[in-house]
Design a protein around this ligand. Structure first.
Ligand SMILES: [Zn+2]
Length: 80
């Protein structure tokens, strides 16, 4: 979805961009890592869904804290 794309220009985010992105944390922050990202969560190694309901998560396995790539994730502190 193009509207969800986060493009950060080389010169950094404008104050307007930061304000808009801060608002998105309210609705779109990832439930697993707490950041905003385009693709599946880089913190999650494996998710097992409930076979009876594919939206219901039965088990989540996370990468070790030192192993996952935070560079693709936008954090609230990036927007200050
Ligand atoms: Zn995440």
């Amino acid at each position: 979805m193009a509207s969800r794309l986060i493009l950060i220009p080389d010169e950094g985010l404008s104050e307007d961009d930061k304000r808009a992105l801060r608002a998105r944390f309210e609705d779109d922050a990832c439930r697993w890592c707490g950041g905003l990202h385009q693709r599946e969560c880089p913190r999650v190694k494996r998710i097992i869904f409930n076979p009876a309901d594919e939206r219901s998560v039965r088990e989540v396995e996370f990468w070790n804290d030192l192993e996952w790539d935070r560079s693709a994730v936008l954090w609230p502190e990036d927007l200050i």
